[in-house]
Design a protein around this ligand. Structure first.
Ligand code: FE2
Length: 296
């Protein structure tokens, strides 16, 4: 049986706006399963061995960068900035302190793998023009109550760069998203005028870290005005497709509840993914990066 991708109207809307909301994409049972699995992951992870709690404040930045850079084939836990006091002590219980979990849930966790690699997503990828969609990375975004940090206006292809840019985000709301808890907002159509002018790279050397380099001959997009952003209603179970060049952001979670979401990104297999990128996928035994091909 062929699973339907997007309708012609939905495809046209995605091409026009650079994003598309598909309410009810996950059933309440699926949402509940992923929500519970997230809670379980947060409950089970061993905080005593985590580099951010184990090392002194001075060492944390460096150790934290390495922990982040080597997470492409692991399930790792990244803290909210507001989870620590100025002395570097954790001031929240661990389940309320994690900002995100990444970056290989689509490979290593059966529940998240099932919502990532499936016929429906193959068909959606096909609808929006992918020839050889690769799943590059996946994350659970926790957006914790009161401290769930703001994500300023950005374009995903800056962080997940291919030449030419090709990233598309699949973003699933696991809880209702509202203005109060930091829902996503978008500048419709900005993927058409805002080009990818820089890219995030891995900086090796004495200390590992990340930095940005400019893309030659491409002008930085202007900063959009506040009123250009639109925040659509986004109930739990909604899938949001996000074009890699679209300007989007989310505010701090000011509510007393979390705002869990699951997201993964696809890139086009034929486009160049080079070793400057901060996120490097270890090779398979046969050689070549071990990407998850959506069309097996
Ligand atoms: Fe984003």
């Amino acid at each position: 049986m062929v699973v339907q991708g997007l309708t012609e109207e939905q495809t046209a809307q995605f091409e026009r706006d650079g994003y598309l909301l598909l309410p009810g994409e996950l059933s309440p049972e699926q949402v509940n399963k992923l929500f519970c699995e997230t809670s379980e992951l947060l409950e089970q992870f061993d905080i005593s061995t985590h580099p951010m709690t184990k090392f002194s404040t001075d060492e944390k930045a460096h150790i934290g960068d390495t922990y982040f850079l080597e997470s492409s084939d692991k399930v790792r836990f990244f803290f909210e900035q507001g989870a620590f006091d100025p002395q570097g002590n954790l001031v929240r219980p661990k389940s309320k302190a994690i900002n995100k979990i990444g970056h290989a849930l689509h490979n290593l966790n059966d529940d998240f793998k099932a919502v990532t690699v499936n016929d429906r997503n193959r068909s959606i990828a096909q609808s929006i023009g992918f020839r050889d969609p690769l799943v590059l990375q996946s994350m659970i975004i926790c957006k914790q109550p009161e401290i769930g940090g703001q994500v300023p206006s950005h374009q995903d292809s800056v962080f997940l760069y291919t030449d030419p840019p090709s990233a598309v985000g699949f973003w699933y709301a696991l809880e209702d998203c509202t203005a109060e808890n930091g829902a996503l907002s978008f500048v419709p159509g900005s993927h058409k005028w805002a080009k990818i002018a820089k890219r995030m790279i891995r900086v090796d050397g004495l200390k590992q870290g990340t930095g940005f380099i400019s893309i030659e001959g491409v002008e930085e997009p202007r900063e959009p005005a506040e009123e250009e952003f639109i925040m659509p209603a986004c109930p739990a179970g909604t899938l949001v497709l996000i074009h890699g060049s679209l300007l989007h952001k989310s505010e701090t979670n000011k509510s007393l509840k979390s705002r869990y979401a699951y997201t993964f990104h696809m890139i086009e297999g034929g486009n160049k993914y080079d070793n400057l990128n901060w996120l490097q996928i270890p090779p398979t035994e046969e050689g070549g990066a071990n990407f998850t091909h959506l069309y097996a």
